[in-house]
Design a binder for this molecule. Structure first.
Ligand code: BV8
Ligand code: ZN
Length: 244
């Protein structure tokens, strides 16, 4: 059982405006490889080489191969107790925002409602040129890359390095971070910006900052309370204390 200090439990119970930032770590117990861990997705492929516009322009087949392989992985995974605990947390608090860097859609599948997907959604496709959503089948084995009516190449609807984050998501995330009294950073290495600046913005604006992670990150020394461990085990215990 988690040993939570009284001031932590007091803040947990008294907060009304809460925000949570999640990263790949919250989906690890669902079997989704993280990006930078030893078994990381990016061990084989360096993210900065593949999740970029340059990679897509120079080698669209390789980039599509990587995304279709990841989509394949996603077909068999499901939300874990960490995702479900955040659904309960959303029901408990009056004002709750879930900010995720994950593109796996598992928060939505678990039942979370107020979600800001900073980096898009791996299940969706759009036109590289005009940005219109593309609902057709993507089959690169046929050799021909899918194209839009405008002639543009079809790409996954995710945010690549060097690309702007969706306006609604980033504005909403900064607003929630600035107004939060309580902010959780869960399962993220806190290396990718501007997502990694959300917990800092929250704390600078007076939030109590909690980090739940399997390894220390640039946030660990800065946060108010660091819990080392698996989010799928820790979050349900926090909900237990909250609702007791
Ligand atoms: C932008 C979508 C600007 C695609 C992703 C130097 C300094 C600061 C910033 C930069 C810089 N150089 C370049 C930049 C900008 C760059 C950036 O931040 N680079 C980093 C690498 C330094 N950022 C960008 O380019 C962003 N755009 O800045 O635009 C701009 C401005 C004006 C005009 C035009 C442009 C766009 C960034 C988005 C990139 N896209 N993904 C895809 O998925 O294919 S990022 C990718 O990394 C994922 O979204 C992922 O979520 C994200 C962060 O990784 P994490 O989620 O943290 O995952 P990671 O594996 O790293 O960590 C998992 C953690 O969980 C670990 O710590 C592990 O210990 C822990 N864990 C594991 N299991 C568990 C667990 N914890 C708890 N329980 C467990 N069971
Ligand atoms: Zn188009």
């Amino acid at each position: 059982m988690l040993d939570l200090p009284d001031d932590f439990v007091k803040v947990l119970k008294s907060a009304t405006r809460v925000a949570v930032l999640t990263g790949a770590g919250i989906s690890a117990e669902s079997g989704v490889p993280t990006f930078r861990g030893e078994e990381g997705l990016w061990k084989k492929f360096r993210a900065e080489e593949l999740a970029t516009v340059e990679a897509f322009i120079t080698n669209p087949e390789l980039v599509w191969e990587w995304y279709l392989w990841r989509r394949q992985l996603m077909a068999d995974v499901k939300p874990n107790p960490g995702h479900y605990a955040l659904v309960e947390m959303e029901e408990y608090y009056d004002n709750f925002t879930l900010i995720t860097q994950n593109v796996d859609g598992l928060h939505r599948r678990a039942g979370s409602k107020n979600i800001l997907e900073l980096h898009g959604n791996i299940e969706l496709n759009k036109c590289f040129n005009c940005g219109r959503p593309f609902v057709g089948e993507v089959n690169i084995n046929a050799g021909a890359m899918p194209v839009c009516d405008c002639g543009g190449k079809i790409r996954p609807d995710v945010v690549w390095f060097g690309e702007m984050l969706p306006e609604r998501a980033i504005n909403g995330a900064f607003e929630a971070s600035t107004g939060a009294e309580l902010f959780f950073s869960v399962g993220t290495s806190a290396l990718v910006h501007p997502a990694a600046s959300m917990p800092v913005t929250a704390k600078q604006n007076g939030a109590y900052l909690i980090e739940i992670n399997l390894e220390p990150t640039p946030l660990t020394d800065y946060c108010d309370f660091y819990i080392h461990g698996k989010s799928g085990e820790i979050l349900p215990q926090i909900i237990e204390r909250l609702t007791k």
